[in-house]
Design a protein around this ligand. Structure first.
Ligand code: GLN
Length: 447
């Protein structure tokens, strides 16, 4: 704990933690030392976690990195956090992110951008940017982030860490501030695949507090699968040929494919001609869900309440105007528009139909192959401010991560190389729903 507190202190300029629970972490450590002496310590004894500022921890602040929740204390502890605490993990602090998880660069935080530790002029990715840099720079060992459309995988790729978005419903969403409920998952950022698997084993599984959580049995994810197992893998032609993908990423993908073939796996090209539709489908459906979910922040129930209002209508209006950032407002507007009576069928209904087609096409490939591999991101970490004036450009950073979110299958990002500026390159692996054990085992072939 002292070591990690020291690293956090030395890296305050990266703006990773919004709050550090130093005294509490020290007290937890002492209590765990005691348990260890009596052989009573849990499975995660002493492992140091950070949690994204979208995950509730009772009697601690949670703001979604938004001004609208400034000063709000959580009344509950997220199931995932409770489960790691029950196994004697230590929670060292609350991590900066894009406001309510909306963003791909961590620049949409009301509390300032996070910087990438490899190159401080670059973004760490988002929305779990703080969580990724915390692991990258050794401020904690594991971060619990959230992934709605790539928010764990994309920052993992930009920081050279391992990021898992599990199957939708694998981890309870109880205590996670909702962005788009039919996409939201809690995800895990770690340095190694084994650490990631061990943590999933603890936090996955049915939870009475989340009706959508799956009762599918939780596997021993970190078990060694037979090392000589050969898999059948598909890479998507559209992702390799796309002009949007930077050359060094194409090269790294090609050499990874060669490496896998040399290991004796079957690697074949598959086609996914719906790729162009995935991003619009994602942004229509998630903004629609967000506009509904965020209506609870009305200045009455939670957090910020405007002082300059003389009736209920203006109280709502002013509280939201003052409390929400620009990107969140943009998405609420967009979501309200696609749900409005005149446009509902043209956008929302159509996007739902497209979601079904994308799901079917992805599952079809996964019937034939064990895994789909695809770059995690079209480029490596970009410069701070680069996409600031153009939200559509920044949405393109999610081009490859949203497919797994739209379909609900698990996906992991693992580092596979670096570009000419020493910036990490991540590759994403998708598998069938609830196939996390195989996903972890295969990830290890790459490291
Ligand atoms: N960047 C994507 C978005 O802004 C993904 C966010 C997320 O996964 N929370 O919606």
């Amino acid at each position: 704990v002292e070591h990690h507190l020291q690293v956090i202190k030395e890296n305050l300029h990266l703006n990773v933690f919004l709050e550090v629970f130093d005294e509490e972490a020290r007290a937890q450590a002492k209590a765990i030392d005691n348990k260890l002496k009596h052989n009573q310590a849990g499975k995660l004894a002493g492992l140091i976690f950070g949690i994204k500022d979208l995950i509730c921890y009772q009697n601690h602040s949670v703001t979604g990195s938004s001004k609208i929740l400034e000063g709000f204390d959580s009344q509950i502890t997220a199931t995932a956090v409770q489960r790691i605490l029950d196994e004697d993990a230590i929670v060292i602090g609350r991590q900066n992110c894009d406001e309510f998880g909306m963003g791909s660069s961590n620049e949409n935080s009301a509390f300032g951008a996070v910087k990438n530790a490899i190159d401080e002029t670059r973004v760490p990715g988002g929305s779990s940017g703080g969580s990724a840099v915390a692991v990258q720079a050794n401020m904690c060992q594991i971060s619990l982030g959230t992934d709605t459309g790539g928010s764990v995988r994309q920052p993992a790729a930009f920081t050279g860490t391992v990021g898992l978005k599990p199957t939708y419903s694998r981890i309870s969403r109880w205590g996670l501030l909702a962005y788009a409920s039919s996409f939201d998952t809690i995800g895990i950022i770690s340095k190694s695949v084994d650490d990631n698997a061990r943590v999933l084993e603890i936090i996955a599984g049915k939870d009475q507090n989340d009706g959508t959580s799956s009762s599918e049995p939780v596997d021993v994810y970190a078990k060694e699968l037979p090392g000589d197992k050969k898999y059948k893998i598909a890479y998507l032609r559209e992702s390799i040929e796309s002009d949007a993908v930077a050359e060094p990423i194409k090269k790294s993908m090609a050499s990874t494919i060669d490496k896998l073939k040399n290991q004796g796996h079957i690697v074949e090209q598959a086609s996914f001609d719906l790729l162009d539709y995935v991003l619009p489908t994602y942004y229509i459906l998630t903004t629609a869900e967000a506009s509904t979910n965020l209506s609870r922040y009305d200045g009455v129930h939670f957090g910020h309440r405007s002082k300059s209002s003389d009736n209920l209508e203006s109280l709502y209006k002013n509280s939201r105007t003052e409390g929400f950032g620009e990107e969140v407002k943009r998405r609420i507007m967009l979501g309200t528009f696609v749900l409005s009576a005149n446009y509902y069928d043209a956008y929302f209904t159509k996007a739902q139909k497209a979601r079904k087609l994308i799901k079917e096409a992805t599952e079809k490939i996964l019937e034939e192959y064990d895994f789909i591999i695809i770059p995690t991101t079209p480029t490596t970490a970009f410069k701070l401010g680069q996409h600031h004036d153009n939200p559509v450009e920044s949405y393109l950073a999610d081009l490859f991560t949203v497919q797994a979110s739209v379909t609900g299958v698990p996906a992991i990002s693992v580092p596979i190389g670096i570009d000419e500026n020493n910036l990490p390159i991540g590759m994403q692996i998708m598998s069938r729903a609830f196939d996390e054990t195989k996903l972890f085992a295969f990830s290890k072939c790459l490291l």
